[in-house]
Design a protein around this ligand. Structure first.
Ligand code: COA
Length: 261
């Protein structure tokens, strides 16, 4: 389907979604959120897609937050709560997709921008990126998952520092606190994101989807139950045609040909 505020491209098994409101530093307005949700659903249904990258257009921003114009017009508690839930729908869809999403942070990832990035499977950042949760500057709080995913990623102290002061940090500091996994020069960001997505796309798709489920569902429950979950996922994946092919290919010293069965 045609999109106006995002660009969706397919490069073989890899999809690239570009947030495309560069004049507003790719701020996430209602249209971006609903187009993102539609694009994620479209990719989910397209079995030829095995990995995805989300990035921002231009060289200034991944996304500078939820759209502040829209936030300033929120009329009542119900409308404001619905706004947060619209963000949750997109981040939940990304997190629970069978497809790994690599977030390529090409500049500002602030507020809702960082919250979107945190819903991805992992993040790589341009060395020039600026990352933070400045909502308190506006008299509001993080509403697209930031108060919950940030402490899970970086620990309570660092999360509280970012959420309570509204200060931004650079890419190296973000890497030091596990908020991003890789830092690369800006001109190499997309190439590296594509490379990593391409690597994932060579793996067994059922194994990739099961790994995502084990990680994300396991993080919600106690360790004992999470290990049960892992054993169940392992049990199902280890007897698939892909598992037979992957192990056989290793023993025959050839690359595997996975079929997602
Ligand atoms: N929502 C709506 N518009 C936004 C935006 C947002 N979150 N962030 C930036 N923009 C718009 C600006 O209003 C400006 O539009 P204009 O050219 O029509 O005036 C344009 O993007 C460029 O931003 P500008 O502020 O002029 O750039 P800058 O280089 O001076 O500053 C930032 C960059 C990111 C520091 C600054 O834009 C900013 O603080 N943005 C808001 C960040 C934020 O609080 N996010 C959390 C929202 S919950």
């Amino acid at each position: 389907m045609p999109y106006e505020t995002i660009i969706l491209e397919r490069e073989g098994p890899v999809a690239i979604i570009t947030l495309n409101r560069p004049k507003a530093l790719n701020a996430l307005n209602e249209q971006v959120l609903s187009e993102l949700a539609a694009a994620v659903a479209e990719l989910e249904a397209d079995r030829s897609i095995l990995a995805a990258v989300i990035t921002g257009s231009g060289d200034r921003a991944f996304a500078a937050g939820a759209d502040i114009g829209e936030l300033s017009a929120l009329a009542d508690v119900a409308a404001a709560t619905a706004k947060a839930k619209a963000g949750h729908r997109v981040t939940h869809a990304i997190e629970h997709s069978r497809i790994p999403f690599i977030m390529a942070i090409n500049g500002y990832a602030l507020g809702g921008g960082l919250e979107l990035a945190m819903a991805g499977d992992f993040r790589i950042a341009a060395s020039t990126a600026k990352i933070g949760q400045p909502e308190v500057n506006l008299g509001i709080i993080a509403g697209f998952g930031g108060s919950q995913r940030l402490p899970r990623l970086v620990g309570q102290g660092m999360a509280s520092y970012l959420l309570l002061t509204g200060e931004s940090i650079g890419a190296d500091e973000a890497k030091a606190c596990n908020l991003v996994e890789r830092v690369v020069p800006p001109d190499q960001l997309l190439a590296e994101a594509r490379r990593l997505a391409g690597v994932i796309a060579t793996k067994g798709p059922l194994a990739i989807a099961a790994t995502k489920r084990a990680i994300h569902k396991g993080l919600q429950i106690d360790l004992h139950s999470a290990l049960e979950l892992e054993a169940e996922e392992f049990g199902k994946v280890a007897v698939t045609a892909d598992a037979r092919e992957g192990t056989k290919a290793f023993l025959e010293k050839r690359p595997p040909k996975f079929s997602a069965t």
